[in-house]
Design a protein around this ligand. Structure first.
Ligand code: SF4
Ligand code: SF4
Length: 135
């Protein structure tokens, strides 16, 4: 199974090789999509992880025991679909294909699994109805 998470690290954890342990000790395939880490300060990683459910559960438990806060990715992109005028501006900048125009209904659809939380759609939307929280 593949899952995307934001990992929020406490300052003391930014010095530890946690991703190394995830790969070596918990057999996780880790793909870091975005990183905001400065040693000695709170850090954040946007990460895609591939593993069996059992290994993933163990790896996430290990991170939590190290004081890492894990936030599933789908909590981060907020789209006020009810107020959307389906102009398509957001789909033009969404390279991952998470926001796409349905050519039959001419309505925009969102596939949260594909979103890499790049934030480009936020500034592209003229109505400012998309927000991304990178906590
Ligand atoms: S945050 Fe980026 S990947 Fe996600 S929907 Fe917006 S443009 Fe697409
Ligand atoms: S840019 Fe905004 S208004 Fe236009 S389709 Fe996307 S979410 Fe809807």
């Amino acid at each position: 199974m593949k899952r995307r998470f934001t990992m929020k690290f406490q300052p003391e954890s930014t010095k530890k090789p946690l991703t190394y342990h995830l790969i070596k000790d918990y057999n996780l395939k880790v793909n870091i999509l975005r990183a905001d880490i400065t040693e000695g300060q709170e850090g954040r990683l946007l990460m895609e992880v591939e593993a069996s459910k059992a290994d993933l559960d163990k790896g996430l438990k290990f991170l939590e025991s190290e004081g890492v806060t894990i936030i599933p990715l789908d909590q981060h992109l907020k789209w006020d679909k009810d107020n959307c005028i389906h102009c398509g501006a957001c789909t033009a900048v969404c390279f991952s294909g998470a926001l796409q125009m349905d050519r039959n209904t001419w309505e925009v659809n969102k596939d949260s699994e594909k979103c890499i939380v790049c934030g480009l759609c936020v500034s592209a939307c003229p109505l400012k109805i998309i927000t991304v929280e990178f906590r």
